[in-house]
Design a protein around this ligand. Structure first.
Ligand code: FBP
Length: 285
């Protein structure tokens, strides 16, 4: 199946772990904020090459980026077509549908990728759009990858990555039928008033460590029966990124999905970092 194709590609093939390159930041944050630090990354072909050279499991991007590389790179690395997109010119916490299952099939993709914003005013529409696209994708044999990013009126910056909210968002992504769930690494905060008593009564073991928090989020995804990967975030140091991967691995997470921290570095620096992250996931616990 296409999930197996993703899991059996690259340097982590057969380990059940994944490192994925996501490049939708041109939509999300704009071209200069995304690519000015390493102008070679303005060229969509750069990202296919980076994913292949680094031995990654998959490359995820919106329609235009995948189309621009399709002629040269089709079949060389599993691709995830990001079928909805937001942008920084909008004040609404919503995304537009910018790709279809037919596009994914035409371009030989292994999966569709879809973002939901649990907590947003538009969350139910987003979940309904996902339901339709996921049904169609699964009928065509494609895997479904869900970015579950809580945001909206009930959540401040702390709340968006709080442990209870992250676990809740990951669980909802599992409930939508996602094969691979993508969330941000959780912090120690518990944000939802309704959840605080529960967490006091049933404290999360090792909540002070990233590994402890990752374990809680993975458990929230059907007791560890779904693939859960964690995103990289804004530029961090090489050592901080490797340390984060160690926490994800130790907590039973299935891998990292690292965008800006890959393509905003020079190619040699990015390859060095991705190789170090891959080594973390290869190492025995
Ligand atoms: P990064 O590794 O660059 O953080 O990418 C992960 C990602 O999920 C991208 O796919 C997406 O563009 C971005 O983060 C969205 O982040 P935010 O919604 O916080 O701006």
């Amino acid at each position: 199946t296409n999930i197996a194709r993703i899991l059996n590609t690259g340097k982590l093939a057969g380990t059940g772990k994944m490192v994925i390159l996501p490049v939708d930041q041109g939509f999300e944050h704009g071209p200069a904020r995304s690519f000015a630090p390493n102008p070679a990354a303005y060229d969509p072909r750069y990202h296919f090459e980076l994913a292949i050279e680094a031995g990654l499991n998959a490359y995820a991007a919106p329609l235009g980026m995948i189309e621009a590389g399709a002629a040269s790179f089709a079949g060389t690395v599993p691709t995830i077509l990001k079928v909805n997109s937001s942008n920084s010119l909008s004040t609404t916490k919503d995304q537009a549908v910018t790709g279809t299952v037919a596009d994914a099939l035409r371009l030989g993709c292994s999966a569709i990728g879809f973002t939901i914003y649990p907590g947003s005013e538009y969350q139910f529409e987003m979940m309904e759009e996902l339901r339709e696209l996921a049904e169609e994708a699964k009928a065509a044999g494609l895997a479904v990858v869900v970015w579950s990013y809580p945001r909206g009126p009930m959540l401040d910056k702390v709340g968006e990555t709080a442990l209870d909210i992250c676990a809740y968002a990951a669980h909802m992504a599992a409930l939508t039928g996602a094969h691979i769930i993508k969330v941000k690494p959780p912090t120690e905060a518990i944000s939802l008033d309704a959840a605080k008593k529960t967490y006091e009564k049933y404290p999360v073991p090792d909540i002070a460590t990233l590994a402890g928090r990752i374990r809680h989020v993975v458990q929230a995804c059907f007791g560890g029966r779904r693939l859960v990967v964690f995103s990289g975030g804004e530029a961090g140091t090489h050592d901080a990124m490797v340390e984060m991967a160690r926490g994800i691995h130790a907590g039973g997470g299935n891998g990292s999905i690292v965008g800006r921290n890959s393509f905003q570095r020079s190619k040699p620096e990015a390859l060095k970092l991705l190789s170090a992250i891959i080594d973390v996931y290869k190492s025995p616990l």
